[in-house]
Design a protein around this ligand. Structure first.
Ligand code: TYD
Ligand code: MG
Length: 459
């Protein structure tokens, strides 16, 4: 009965993994241009693919929910607390963690240091590099002073060889740097293609779950900052971390965008130094270190990242527009939000600002997403517009509504405490938050209800 089948090919969008029989210049699904690539279909064996991975997890019968173990997953702290925090308190055995970030940001360095910390606890760690030679990696080990005996290195890109070595070494932690360089012989497409990424990740998942090996996958990012390859990759793994920072700045932020074993609100702060990444335990101080005092347009916002309050400098430059359409450039804050706040300033605080060029920036390359930074943005815009500095010892926070009203935010007390700890003397905050707080020694609390009132208090 056996017939030799013609090898079938199909076209797969490298961005969204949509398959089609025909080639299109533009992906019919995600509308991206030029992303369809011809890949040969894998030899299909019934039950292969997803089945293999789930089989390894343990195809199980239903159990009563209350009998299922799991409320507290065991975690092994790595010993780098900024990393442990982002992971949700430590490394969960058998979990798959994808680490994305721009080239040169420090992904390999971070994972090497993590590997060294784990290996020092006596647990074998296998670091697989497909990007550099063993010698190059060794030089980096020396640089970050990674000398643990239980740390193993392998320069390899063939998945089958890696699997074989994992069988013999049986490491507690496996690090793959990077997932885009790996390939499996079963599939003809090039390393990094959707078919390869999917197959390789599924196999690594089976390995991780089957042998309870915590596995880190380094993922490259595309021009627009997403992890190269389809979202599929992000769906398959347990945790997705992004390592971010600005070029030319030593400051790095590790952020969880997905975490099956913890919150996605936490960030870890690091600084790239000559001997690897150093933890930054007081990010506020670092963010404010380069602040220029008594310049207009600069305001310290009392923000929050995860469970930690964070003080950041918001900078604005407002100048009369020479063109018909004013320019608007914002970095670190949503531009729609800024447009809204400009409209509020114009309409509710009587500032003639709508026709001006506006540039807004969050110092240190941080991104602020919470509405509590509204008032700081408003203060920075107004300060630059009227060219009067906000007192340098003042911290500002509060959400601004369309009516110009200042709304209460969460964590007011922690924000005030952070301001106090860093030596600030005055906090301008929502009146409702102010009412809940008792006057703290050394810090004057000014509750405001409206943008106009806030500007009066600040200038
Ligand atoms: P790397 O970890 O290779 O980045 P990625 O894996 O994300 O591509 O980091 C490389 C950069 O970090 C490189 O520009 C050199 C710098 N670096 C230091 O400044 N100090 C160090 O100790 C190390 C190891 C790297
Ligand atoms: Mg690297």
């Amino acid at each position: 009965m056996s017939k030799t089948k013609k090898p079938r090919t199909r076209f797969i969008c490298q961005q969204c993994a949509q398959e089609s029989q025909k080639w299109f210049g533009r992906c019919p699904s995600c509308q991206a241009w030029g992303t369809l690539v011809e890949e040969s279909a894998p030899a299909v064996t019934p039950g292969a693919g997803g089945g293999a991975a789930f089989g390894a997890i343990g195809a199980s019968r239903p159990q009563r929910m209350i009998d299922v173990k799991g409320a507290d997953v065991p975690r092994a702290p790595i010993g780098i607390s900024e990393l442990d925090r982002v992971l949700g308190g430590g490394l969960v055995p058998g979990s798959l963690i994808l680490v994305g970030g721009d080239p040169g940001i420090g992904k390999s360095t971070l994972l090497l240091q993590a590997a060294d910390h784990i290996a020092r606890q006596g647990q074998p760690v296998l670091y697989v590099t497909g990007e550099e030679s063993a010698r190059q990696t060794r030089m980096r080990f020396d640089r970050v002073n990674a000398t643990a005996e239980a740390l193993w290195l392998m320069a390899e890109t063939a998945l089958e060889r890696i699997e074989a070595e994992v069988e013999t070494l049986n490491p507690a932690v496996l690090i793959i740097d990077s997932i885009q360089t790996l390939f499996t012989q079963g599939i003809e497409s090039a390393p990094g293609s959707v078919s390869q990424l999917r197959a390789v990740t599924a196999r690594l998942m089976a390995l991780a779950k089957g042998r309870e090996i915590a596995t880190f996958l380094v993922g490259h990012v595309t021009k627009d900052g997403a992890i190269a390859g389809p979202r599929v990759l992000e769906h398959m793994v347990d945790t997705v971390l992004y390592f971010e920072g600005q070029r030319g700045h030593a400051f790095r932020v590790l952020r969880a965008v997905k975490n099956r074993f913890g919150s996605t609100d936490e960030i870890g702060a690091f600084e790239m130094q000559g001997s690897g990444l150093a933890e930054v335990t007081n990010p506020s101080a670092l963010f404010l270190a380069e602040r220029a005092h008594n310049t207009s347009g600069s305001v310290v916002a009392g923000s929050f990242e995860g469970t930690r309050p964070l003080l950041v400098e918001v900078q604005a430059l407002v100048s009369p527009s020479v063109y018909g359409t004013p320019r608007r450039t914002t970095i670190g804050v949503d531009s729609n939000r800024v447009a809204l706040l400009l409209a509020v300033l114009e309409k509710k605080a009587g500032l003639d600002i709508a026709g001006s060029d506006v540039f807004l920036n969050v110092a240190g390359g941080l991104r602020l997403d919470e509405p509590a930074v509204d008032l700081a943005v408003v203060a920075a815009l107004a300060s630059s517009h009227i060219d009067r500095p906000v007192d340098a010892r003042t911290v500002v926070f509060g959400e601004v509504g369309l009516g110009g009203e200042i709304r209460a935010v969460v964590g007011a007390q922690a924000r005030v405490a952070e301001a106090r700890q860093l030596g600030f003397e005055r906090v301008v905050l929502p009146a409702n938050d102010r009412a809940q707080l008792t006057e703290t020694e050394g810090v004057q609390l000014i509750g405001v209800r409206h943008v106009g009132e806030a500007l009066d208090a600040l200038f």
